[in-house]
Design a protein around this ligand. Structure first.
Ligand code: NAI
Length: 461
């Protein structure tokens, strides 16, 4: 087997790995990346964030065409669904974006190896697959991401699968049971409910969207119910199995649920399978994650890890930040990720977005805070859009007025949260946000009004 050598070797071309590779090349390193899938971009681009957003958009158009145009005075005839065309559009978007990363690799002269990487020693990796080769590298970054978590008692198969299968069902299910009311379950549950499936979400906790602001999550649940989703909260799934052309989901202390498809969305687990980490001298923690220090160094000299495989928020943009900071740390010796300002978005309708700490977290930490909320229904732009559900909540320190958290449910919340993140990155106060001139009429005015509300002086309340 041929042996080659590079300055920086990255294992995995997901959002953490491919960004780290590009940053490494920008900083003058000779970079290689091993990826076993044909398409670059990882779960996010191939079977995660991007295809799900494409389906969410298409399914929203379907619902709007069927039910949402009348109030605008637009009369639409019979509305039909062409599921293969909808899937084709999604696949095209995925191909475009993953192909774009191929282009970026070429532009930055990043050497790509196709295959599965396995450590034989720290800084020494064997690639098995199309490009069978042994690679030595001064620095190695493990960016292998995560895989859907399994649930004991669930027999995975044709009709019982993960988000990967739910992105490509060949027909609209009659009854889809979603196990887990996190972002994946609610986004994909929404897609299939909009396309005509009966959707039942079974969640172990007494609430949906764990980790999000409790008040905002309960508004989300009410709005999703209005869209036809059924929730079974405080319900523990014990198992699921196929039954001919159908499936049965066993719920603790309740009658089993009969359905024709099951989506298991109970979280994700670090993906280290096949890496032979012990050969590099690395031991995973109890949850299978790779322990790292603040510079993403593992216990093996010259070996780093970033993204889902080290735990924390399993979000593409968190992995991006870690990839960049890790490589800059290797080259310059400094850099850090501000974990207090990592936004998170759930793309249901309306979107839910959040950055910073929730009221529950502030209460638990004994931090004195003030809160201001403002509804979209009092905003001119939201009214014109016909999207008036939801609100913005700004939390600020009771003494210093520094913004501690912003939580949004409403139209384009995922875009609106960027202003809050930028404000928090600059350590803004609620007063700063309130005194920033916002164009009128726009949705971000709701953010300004919520900041004013935190100061006790909202104008349009
Ligand atoms: P999650 O951890 O957010 O939610 C899983 C839910 O399953 C939890 O509420 C949990 O209580 C429930 N659950 C676990 N065991 C159960 C059982 N036996 N019976 C019933 N309910 C049970 O996980 P999810 O939605 O799978 O997402 C995985 C990761 O991917 C998360 O970190 C998420 O933030 C991220 N992600 C983010 C997206 C976004 O930002 N838009 C989209 C998709 C995923």
């Amino acid at each position: 087997m041929e042996t080659v050598s590079h300055d920086l070797l990255i294992i995995g071309a997901g959002p953490g790995g491919y960004v780290a590779a590009i940053r490494g090349a920008q900083l003058g390193l000779d970079v290689a990346c091993v990826e076993r899938e044909d398409l670059l971009g990882g779960t996010c681009l191939r079977v995660g964030c991007i295809p799900s957003k494409a389906l969410l958009e298409s399914s929203e158009h379907y619902v709007t065409a069927k039910e949402g145009m009348k109030e605008h005075g637009v009369i639409v005839g019979d509305v039909g669904l062409d599921l293969p065309a909808l899937m084709k559009r999604k696949d095209k978007i995925v191909r475009l974006l993953t192909g774009g990363i191929d282009g970026l690799f070429k532009k930055n002269k990043i050497k790509r190896y196709r295959g599965t990487a396995r450590f034989v020693a720290p800084g020494r990796v064997v690639v098995e697959g199309a490009d069978a080769v042994e690679i030595t590298a001064r620095h190695t970054i493990i960016a292998t991401g995560s895989v859907p978590a399994a649930l004991p008692g669930i027999v995975m198969g044709d009709r019982i699968g993960t988000s990967t299968e739910a992105l490509a069902y060949p027909e609209v299910p009659k009854h889809l049971v979603v196990i887990g009311a996190g972002a994946i379950g609610l986004e994909l549950g929404s897609v299939w409910a909009r396309l005509g499936a009966k959707v039942t979400v079974v969640e172990y906790l007494d609430r949906i969207l764990p980790g999000m602001d409790t008040g905002i999550a309960s508004i989300a649940q009410r709005l999703l119910k209005r869209q036809g989703l059924t929730f079974r909260l405080s319900a523990k799934v014990l198992g699921a199995h196929p039954d001919g052309d159908a499936c049965v989901v066993e719920v603790e202390g309740a009658e089993p649920i009969h359905c024709d498809r099951v989506l298991v969305a109970v979280g994700r687990a670090a993906n280290t399978a096949g890496l032979d980490l012990p050969a590099a001298g690395i031991t995973t923690d109890a949850k299978g994650r790779i322990p790292v220090d603040e510079a993403f160094r593992t216990s093996a000299a010259g070996v780093y890890a970033i993204g889902d495989v080290i735990g924390g928020a399993m979000l593409a943009h968190k992995a991006h930040e870690e990839g960049i900071v890790c490589v800059e740390g290797i080259v310059t010796g400094h850099g850090h990720v501000n974990y207090g300002v990592i936004p998170s978005v759930c793309y249901i309708d309306p979107e839910v977005a959040s950055v910073g700490r929730t009221e529950d977290e502030l209460k638990a930490a004994g931090v004195a805070y003030k809160a201001g909320s403002f509804p979209f229904k009092a905003n001119g732009r939201a009214l014109a859009l016909g999207q008036t559900d939801g609100e913005v909540k700004v939390l600020a320190d009771a003494t210093t007025d520094r913004i501690l958290g912003v939580h949004i449910i409403g139209p384009r919340a995922g875009d609106l949260i960027a202003e809050a993140a930028a404000a928090m990155e600059f350590a803004a106060s609620a007063e700063d946000l309130a005194r920033t001139c916002h164009a009128h009429p726009t949705l971000p005015e709701v953010l300004k009004e919520a900041a004013l509300a935190a100061l006790g002086r909202a104008i349009h309340a």
